[in-house]
Design a protein around this ligand. Structure first.
Ligand SMILES: Nc1ncnc2c1ncn2[C@@H]1O[C@H](COP(=O)(O)OP(=O)(O)O)[C@@H](O)[C@H]1O
Ligand SMILES: [Mg+2]
Length: 232
């Protein structure tokens, strides 16, 4: 089994500037390992640090201790120690992230929000838009919405645009933060199928997922986290 992602003794605290620089530990000694074709679901109560862990894996938050090894090309890159350029290269090719909420860019159509990811990979505009269109339709975003910027979309529609954007490039590692939180049962089933297809093609997935049906359908394993105070 190919290890795609491995953390060792990962730790992260937040400095609370409004409270005199008080240091609040959130992650301590996290050892997580994810293999190709496997989906690990982070579980634990609200506040346990699940989103913080996903953001740290993506390099959004700087880990303060430990390592985050990610298989990138033929090497293991330590996201916890990498310079910003390396992190961008890893995100480009290897590490995809579907955040809980779509970051809406004004004036860019839903179709191009999704297609954009492929344009940075020297794929021509027509091919990129074709692929974006078919993913949006698969996620039940009707054609009439494709030319419209997603700013005015409902929460569930925005979440599906975000999912299309996250899945379009076929990153070997995907991080999903509550990808079905705003979706109805029909669309949850679509997402389950997309995750299962990605796994079958070897994608390693780390997900946060409160919906029990989705979790049971996608998880190979749970990684249980508890709030720092409880763990101490
Ligand atoms: N940017 C931040 N600054 C300060 N505290 C934060 C920040 N992000 C998260 N926290 C705190 O870290 C803890 C874990 O949050 P989070 O990772 O969002 O948990 P979960 O996703 O498991 O609900 C919470 O107590 C939260 O208030
Ligand atoms: Mg969270």
């Amino acid at each position: 089994m190919t290890v795609m992602l491995r953390t060792r003794a990962l730790s992260k605290s937040f400095t609370l500037h409004l409270r005199g620089g008080l240091l609040m530990p959130v992650l301590a000694d996290i050892d997580l390992e994810v293999h190709a074709g496997e989906c690990v679901v982070l579980s634990g109560p609200s506040g346990a640090g699940k989103s913080t862990l996903i953001r740290s894996l993506y390099g959004n938050y700087r880990a303060e201790g430990g390592s985050i090894l990610v298989r990138h090309d033929a090497t293991m890159v330590d996201i916890a120690a990498a310079d910003p350029r390396t992190i961008l290269a890893v995100r480009h090719k290897t590490l995809g992230y579907v955040s809980q909420f779509l970051r809406v860019v004004p004036r860019v159509s839903a179709l191009d929000v999704v297609a954009e990811v492929l344009l940075t990979r020297n794929i021509d505009l027509d091919t990129a838009r074709d692929k974006a269109r078919s993913l949006l339709l698969q996620l039940n975003i009707p054609s009439r919405l494709h030319p419209i910027p997603p700013a005015t979309f409902s929460g569930g529609e925005q979440q599906r645009v975000n999912l299309a954007r996250g899945f379009i490039a076929g990153h070997p590692i995907l991080l999903l933060d509550e990808p079905t939180a705003s979706l109805d049962a029909e669309n949850r089933a679509v997402v389950i199928r997309m995750v299962q297809q990605a796994k079958a093609s070897g994608t390693a997935i780390v997900a946060i997922c409160h919906d029990a049906d989705v979790r049971d359908a996608i998880a190979d394993r749970l990684f249980t986290m508890s709030p720092y105070q409880d763990a101490a």
